[in-house]
Design a protein around this ligand. Structure first.
Ligand SMILES: NC(=O)c1ccc[n+]([C@@H]2O[C@H](COP(=O)([O-])OP(=O)(O)OC[C@H]3O[C@@H](n4cnc5c(N)ncnc54)[C@H](OP(=O)(O)O)[C@@H]3O)[C@@H](O)[C@H]2O)c1
Length: 267
């Protein structure tokens, strides 16, 4: 599939990876529909894309709101006639030890509300139209940490694993009806989300522009998965020796956090 001529809906495109992907897809000739809560940031992103000659449209919406999500899906279809690709990229993250989360089940509820239920809600609202057209592609922004679990992100990783399982079910049930999916396993990316954790200021990360390119690959090439080589190797290892890999990697991650904390204090 070429990007040119596609109607692509990208959630979480008021900043970070989603905003970069929207710019790049518009440059390749896609009509891009940008969804997120911050109307001002969406308008700025849309103006930027239009100033470069692209076709972009802003749809402010809170994806945790059922009625608002149904309404935005209806408006997307009324305005553009169809959606070729939906990129479920909106997300939030919480970094907190399980020991400090024992009275905080709401951490899980809040993260699931956006990362998992928000994505399922919008997918379900657009699926009937995709099925009527006999085709549709659904992309899910996930993380390398579902391939090899990093400590302190239990609620976040659970929500992304749920998303990945849902993607597999979509492919298994509706693949013969023209519905395809891609799960994108991002490594750490320099955005507002990763910037919220102070020690990560000292970590080397992918930039949002390059990560946006991974979403472009998902939209254009439509592979089942976009991953780094190290993520793919870790995922293969986890399916064979999960206990050993977690036992070996967890202390390494803890040491990495201690090193990052020391370096971020120095700078
Ligand atoms: N950065 C990383 O290291 C990293 C690594 C792996 C995976 N990822 C994934 O990549 C995706 C993009 O994250 P990012 O790093 O680009 O962070 P970001 O800049 O913080 O982007 C998150 C986006 O989600 C939107 N959003 C949050 N809650 C929403 C809601 N209730 N309704 C609608 N939109 C909502 C935000 O917009 P508003 O605030 O305007 O609503 C924003 O546009 C996420 O799914 C994240 O889990 C990121």
């Amino acid at each position: 599939m070429r990007a040119h001529g596609q109607v692509v809906v990208i959630t979480g495109s008021s900043s970070g990876i989603g905003a970069a992907a929207a710019r790049q897809l518009a440059e390749r000739g896609a009509t891009v529909c940008l969804l997120a809560r911050r109307a001002g940031a969406l308008d700025a992103a849309v103006s930027d894309i239009r100033a470069r000659g692209g076709d972009a449209h802003a749809y402010p919406v809170d994806l945790t709101d059922d009625a608002a999500t149904t309404d935005v899906a209806r408006r997307l279809l009324a305005d553009h006639g169809r959606v070729d690709t939906l990129v479920n990229n909106a997300g939030r993250s919480i970094r907190r030890p399980i020991r400090e989360s024992l009275d905080r089940v709401h951490d899980h509820e809040r993260v699931l509300a956006v990362n998992y239920l928000g994505a399922v809600r919008l997918t379900h609202a657009l699926l009937p139209s995709m099925l009527d057209h006999g085709r549709g592609h659904v992309v899910f922004s996930s993380t390398m940490s579902t391939q090899l679990p990093v400590p302190l992100f239990s609620a976040y990783l659970a929500s992304k694993s749920a998303l990945e399982s849902y993607a597999r079910s979509l492919t298994a049930e509706l693949g013969t009806s023209g519905i395809t999916t891609t799960v994108v396993h991002f490594p750490m990316v320099r955005t507002e989300m990763s910037g919220a954790t102070e020690i990560y200021s000292a970590m080397r990360m992918m930039d949002a522009e390059r990560a946006g390119g991974w979403l472009v690959k998902a939209v254009v090439d439509r592979p089942t998965r976009v991953t780094s080589l190290s993520g793919a190797v870790a995922q293969a290892g986890m399916s064979v020796l999960p206990g050993v890999l977690i036992k070996v990697s967890a202390p390494l991650f803890r040491r990495m956090d201690r090193d990052l904390a020391r370096r971020s204090q120095r700078s």
